[in-house]
Design a protein around this ligand. Sequence first.
Ligand code: NDP
Ligand code: 2IT
Length: 452
Amino acid sequence: MSTAKSRAEVEKFMNGLVKRNPGEPEFHQAVREVVEDLMPYVLNNEDYLHARILERMTEPDRIVIFRVSWEDDAGNVRVNRAWRVQFNNSIGPYKGGMRFHPSVNLSILKFLGFEQVFKNSLTGLPMGGGKGGSNFNPKGKSDREIMRFCHSLMIELHRHVGEDTDVPAGDIGVGGREISYLFGQYKRLANEFTGILTGKGLSFGGSLVRTEATGYGCVYFCEDMLKNKGDSLEGKTCLVSGSGNVAIYTVEKATQMGARVVTMSDSSGFIYDKDGIDHEKLEFIKDLKEVRRGRISEYADRYKNAKFFNGKRPWSVPADVAFPCATQNEINHQEAKTLLKNGIIAVSEGANMPTELEGVHEFRKARILFGPAKAANAGGVAVSGLEQSQNSLRLSWGREEVDAKLKEIMINIHQQCVEYGKEGKNHVDYVKGANLAGFVKVAESMLAYGIV
Ligand code: NDP
Ligand code: 2IT
């Protein structure tokens, strides 16, 4: 199939998708990135074409939208909106996180749910794709306010989830505290103790290494890409953005593997520490972010060698490897070019869709090691899958055992990317590899089910 024909078909497909889903730029972006890779493949496959597989895979199975009313500490009634996007359950129950952030809207949750379908398929575990969340802003709320909000949200959500139906987990703004409140309320409403959420506390069905899994997995994936080129993270200078769950455990693992991480950030700016964020400094950040819920600028007050850059992102700092671990579209086109100009050799995406599409095109054109989110950050949901397995078995595996399984899953994802994304002797296009490998299993299952 000629590239011109394929490009024309992509535009035709995208025109239809945009028309059917107006005002959803993040969803359009996520679909376009995937369809650009899949179109030549689908055009060569009569069965896929005839079955309108792309149209079906870009339409969620269902979306639940509901009101969450709750009372704040001052006695005011507050109203938020929440969603659960159940995107595709062809290869297993819906699985994916819940995000609490004021920016949350349907477009963002549909992009996340769509990506999750491919990511979960890549893990090799029986998980479909879903995502949910609310425009609730957890910043500045008391524990009791968070509790009341989570309890109220679950009063509706409990009708739509279940261990064989849909199993949510954490994402931005949803960590151990929120999962505990959500699980506690589910247990009361359903009068049963089942693994309907992952990321639970260790005393009530959680898995060891789930907290660390996304960050650790993202570093393992980067190491796998470097190893494939005869290189390693040892001695590399790294940029990390974000200072939440994914960022913290990315820094921890990269440092353990001999890299020097010089930046972290939050939505107010980034810190640059040329000496590297070592174990002791990271403990300070864990306490700052996980316990005190403070701002990253406090790092520069505590460590005088470090500098805080107000309102800036870290991508202008020269480095070998970048781990974007905050949020979507946090590396724009210009920043991607700056990273390349400064000699970046690898980018491993901890966040979901952190690079704008034009930036992705730059990285692919430059043929650097570019690990897209659906492959590089799949370690989190993979260990969620392992938590589900442990819950079903009514057993808990040890730390080494779970970590070894995580490593194995990341190696396997890397292998699938190589298989589907190999170009010539020495290059792997990991974006193409992840998109194709993730797609095939879901598409084949959908074909087998008939017209569903
Ligand atoms: P957290 O809530 O723990 O941390 C989020 C971090 O990103 C914070 O430092 C936050 O800064 C920053 N951030 C969030 N939104 C914005 C924004 N709009 N602009 C700038 N900075 C922002 O979330 P996670 O670490 O769990 O998630 C980070 C990314 O990783 C997300 O893209 C998520 O989808 C993805 N991910 C998470 C997984 C998980 O298991 N948790 C699994 C796979 C992917 P501030 O505090 O100032 O808001
Ligand atoms: O984006 C993601 O993969 C997550 N937020 C984790 C999902 C999960 O179910 O663990």
